[in-house]
Design a binder for this molecule. Sequence first.
Ligand code: PLP
Length: 426
Amino acid sequence: MTAGSTQSWVERAAKVLPGGVSSNVRLPVNTTVFARGEGPRLYDLEGKDFIDYLLGQGPAFMGHGHPVVNEAVAKAVTGGMVYGAQSTVEIEATEKFLAAIGWAEMARFGVSGGESDHGALRLARGATGRRLVIRFAGLYHGWYDSVLMAWDGNTGGVASKGQYADQLADWIVLPYNDIEAVKATFAERGDEIAAVILEPMVCNSGALVPVPGFLEGLRQLCTDNGSVLIFDEVITGFRLARGGATQRFGVVPDLAVYGKALAGGWPVSAMAGKAELMELLGTGEINHSGTFNASVMASAAVGATMDWLEANDPYPALEAWGTRLMDGLAEVGKELGANLHIQGLPMAFHVSFADSDAPAIDNLTLNSMDLARYARFATDLAEAGIWVAARGIWYVSITHGEAELDETLSRFRTALQAELARSRAA
Ligand SMILES: Cc1ncc(COP(=O)(O)O)c(C=O)c1O
């Protein structure tokens, strides 16, 4: 066991890491330091286990420390890490990745999702010679100056000091799921619109499933107007299906960005698309670079993940298990008389408190729920041994099994009782 109490490590972290964390996304919950993760669980320094539904914000889709990925990386790395040139492991990984997603002809690997989003936006603008991009309120495409936006409301805006409004001037922000708003925007400015970018199913604000016709409508509008449809599949890729949201919803973009579940937890992202677009990177007309792109480790991790997902097809079991979890949580809520609201898909769903059963369809309807109460409840859940994001999303890994289902429901009940007692006392 690691020496020192959690408290002493939290204090040490606070001295050397701003806010005690290495990413602002981790700021709200900062009282736990983990010693290790294994499969669906994390363990703190005192040996307490947490059933993990945050999965490192998504990457640990195959559980923590999947042996197949670990072995592939360990083996590959004995031959060096970064060559500054092509490697066989990189070319194989790209072929396997393209075969898995099924619709794209070429790809480039990167290190983080935000970076590959940035690349896809540049590619779309470079290819069309247009600047404007349509996006949707509350969705997240990384923390870069020209991309990060306020989460609240249905309009967006600067989200950080050090960012300036003119850096966001080329965005048109619309409500998710509102195809009429997109149609009206294209009717007015279609020949200026380089791209439409979106999380095809939103997991950064709620778990918003596209309403029938929304993705299809975007596809048609982009085709009709010569604009590039970009799916940000950083969360949905390899999670909703092996072929991601594209497969699940049956709508094919021109470009897509992947990350998180792509490599069993290894930091890798990818931009994939039709050859006519992607080749513009190859001619050098449009710059996309990166020292660590397609490192030996990243390529080995992608290759092993692609092989494993193809050989084992975990999606039917994941869907069934996640459905039982969603139903079980709802049942506990009902029994205890809590106004829990659960929506999304079995592998990525959102829990909050709301008086209406109507599903949120955009950022405004999401924000009408009691998200602050859920964020407090996330602390009760951690106390009871369930690790979740304060923003309400739950991700399920392929390693969650029978033991985790029973224990999750019992721990959830304990946490909900604590929250209800607090609410009644307030
Ligand atoms: C949809 C989406 N796009 C992009 C990103 C940015 O990815 P990264 O944090 O790997 O840069 C995220 C991160 O959560 C995301 O959820």
